[in-house]
Design a protein around this ligand. Structure first.
Ligand SMILES: [Zn+2]
Ligand SMILES: [Zn+2]
Length: 641
């Protein structure tokens, strides 16, 4: 009887098919387009992710998940982690399996193993994985009553799986087990249809990890790997990893003598050396100039503010675990994790009229946030950092123009520093303050600017700040990696909590809206990104040292010193290498320091009173006077070259 039953399947593009009940997702998708059979690795049925061979018993809407999509790639990578687990069990039968999720750029699987996996082990595991892929075994899903699943894994000695099962909510009566060949794993799925689809993968590294991320638990061995739909994509990714290692800002930071992170000081705290601090000053000078040009007032607030103020702002309730505290005269103070509060108090210091708005406060605001030690990373993830932070207070009518101006500011900045970027809109998170109405208004305002300006953007549901939605800008570096830079957050709540007001044309008090925004974000991280983007070879305008004067012999020193003085007086960031070393040696050192121009001073230069600048790329310019060289440098710097 059941065979006769027909069901209605809604497919993408408004296509509706009437198909026999029990038809597989794959068959339903094939009725839309035969070619999808090859490219779809899973599907979304009524919003739920399922395997491609999942049977359809009732009316449903079905959307194929292609291997080329973000979700498809995650399913592929997660499936490869199962294949890796199978290979590890085949080669190391005493190992106990735990979990193996896909992560950004790849996957991992954690194993309980008494030994340590070596590089040679990884090669062996990869080889066994290739065999499993060649066998092209289907991923089979089987539902099992909870008790049976528990006894199954107990018999296998897989106590981590048993623990996971026992921790499931009581109303879960059955669970899904997946097998490929003779390897069985507990998993929610979905997976790729068969192991043969895992054509391009690579195991990358081994690290220690605690069961459930808790250091009181057993230490496990985590194997990281990655996978792609094609070999070409995998090769490109591996090339990027190699290149990223060469450009690692921590390595270049040491070689170029820019900064240090010192255990004696503490993790996540940066000490900038003269050249690093100079680079930072150049960026900060640029910031101040650009903000003044755009009608911002430069302000400065204190590092520590009374605890009561943080209670009032909501930070105490919503941001407490990320903050540091201190006691002053037996009173609790919070070290600022954000710069907003002082800015609001400046606004509040006077009665404001609608004619005063918008008011824009800018601060190179140093903040402290408690990040877990494990996530700290060079300049990219630190505990003390300086934001190019601003708060704009305006009327609701001015919101659109203000957001547009910020979007334009970000665009200018990205062009100047040489980055492309992407835009994302993040909406209300679970933990938030403010009314539905305010959230709607704020989200609509941000969305409208993105629509008006025609900026393509993705939407991140639930990723907003606790006080408002935000637009995030992600810049793309030379290796195609994305980094968070600018954000614009729209906030109706803090002006309310701090009772900010302005007198409107009607003579009544009104509530202003506040925009929180950064352009480059944390200066520290931005510097890290710059170092890796340019591989340390900064454009002239950013280079801490723009020109290095190198003398051939001692008799050239007086002219060298004269040139150095003239350059420095004219604002060129120059240094001299007058040591009694071989010329080739001094030039090589200058090259390693990636200095844009080297000025070799020999007999010819002294006699003709000229310079023959040698560029970083090895090209030598025609001889020119010191004044012409100064002009060249200032011209290029002005044009952000
Ligand atoms: Zn799985
Ligand atoms: Zn703020």
């Amino acid at each position: 009887m059941n065979d006769m039953k027909k069901i209605t399947i809604n497919l993408p593009g408004g296509v509706t098919e009437t198909l026999p009940s029990g038809v597989s997702v794959q068959q339903a998708i094939a009725s839309l387009d035969e070619s999808l059979i090859k490219s779809a690795v899973a599907a979304r049925v009524d919003g739920k992710l399922v395997d491609i061979n999942h049977g359809l018993a009732a009316d449903a809407s079905v959307e194929p998940i292609l291997i080329t999509s973000k979700e498809g790639l995650e399913i592929l990578r997660h499936s490869i982690s199962h294949i890796m687990a199978q290979a590890v069990k085949d080669l190391f039968p005493s190992v106990k399996v735990t979990i193996g999720p896909s992560i950004e750029d790849g996957f991992y699987y954690d194993f309980d193993y008494e030994g340590t996996f070596t590089t040679e082990d990884l090669v062996k595991i990869e080889k066994r994985m290739a065999e499993i892929v060649a066998e092209d075994k289907p991923f089979m899903c089987r539902m099992l009553p909870m008790e049976e699943a528990i006894s199954f894994f107990e018999e296998q000695g897989e106590n981590y799986k048993v623990e996971l099962l026992r921790d499931l909510p009581e109303d879960v009566s059955e669970v899904s087990l997946y097998s490929q060949g003779n390897f069985v794993d507990l998993c929610r799925g979905p997976h790729i249809p068969s192991t043969g689809l895992a054509r391009a993968f690579k195991l990358l590294s081994v690290a220690g990890a605690y069961w459930r991320g808790d250091e009181r638990n057993t230490q496990l061995q985590r194997i990281y790997g990655t996978g792609f739909p094609t070999k070409e994509e995998l090769d490109h990714h591996l090339m990027v990893i190699e290149e990223a290692k060469k450009r690692d800002h921590r390595k270049l930071g040491r070689e170029l003598d820019l900064f240090q992170v010192n255990d004696e000081v503490g993790p996540g705290l940066i000490i900038f050396h003269p050249k690093g601090a100079l680079l930072r000053s150049i960026i900060e000078d640029w910031e101040r100039k650009e903000h003044l040009k755009r009608g911002y007032g430069i302000v400065m607030g204190p590092q520590i503010l009374k605890g009561d103020l943080w209670k009032k702002s909501g930070h105490f309730d919503h941001y407490r675990e990320n903050m540091y505290y201190t006691d002053v005269d037996e009173q609790l103070y919070g070290i600022k994790p954000m710069n907003c509060l002082s800015h609001m108090l400046i606004y509040k210091s006077k009665i404001r009229s609608y004619r005063d708005l918008p008011i824009r406060y800018f601060e190179l605001g140093t903040v402290h946030r408690h990040e877990k030690t494990g996530v700290l990373h060079g300049l990219m993830r630190v505990r003390q950092f300086t934001q190019d932070d601003a708060h704009i207070l305006c009327t609701p009518d001015q919101l659109n123009d203000e957001i547009k101006a910020i979007v334009g500011f970000v665009d200018d900045a990205m062009n100047i520093f040489g980055f492309e970027y992407e835009v994302e809109l993040s909406t209300r998170p679970d933990k938030s303050i403010g009314s539905d109405e305010e959230w709607d208004l704020a989200t609509t305002a941000l969305k409208k600017v993105l629509d008006d300006t025609g900026l393509e953007h993705e939407i991140n549901e639930g990723d907003g700040a606790f006080y408002g939605p935000k637009i995030d800008f992600k810049l793309k570096d030379a290796l195609g990696r994305k980094w968070q830079c600018a954000t614009i957050q729209c906030d109706f709540t803090l002006p309310d909590r701090f009772d900010l007001s302005y007198v409107g044309p009607d003579g009544e008090k009104h509530r202003p809206v506040m925009l929180h925004r950064v352009i480059l974000g944390a200066i520290e991280r931005f510097m890290g990104v710059l170092i890796e983007h340019y591989a340390g070879a900064f454009p002239l305008w950013l280079s801490p040292v723009q020109a290095l004067i190198v003398t051939v012999t001692d008799r050239h020193i007086p002219y060298g010193e004269k040139v150095l003085r003239e350059l420095i007086e004219a604002g060129v960031r120059a240094e001299g290498d007058f040591r009694n070393e071989k010329l080739g040696y001094k030039i090589r050192e200058g090259q390693l320091q990636k200095i844009p121009y080297m000025l070799v001073i020999g007999d010819r230069e002294v006699e003709s009173r000229t310079l023959a600048p040698r560029q970083r790329d090895g090209k030598t310019l025609d001889p020119l006077s010191v004044d012409s060289f100064i002009l060249l440098v200032s011209e290029k710097s002005r044009n952000y070259q």
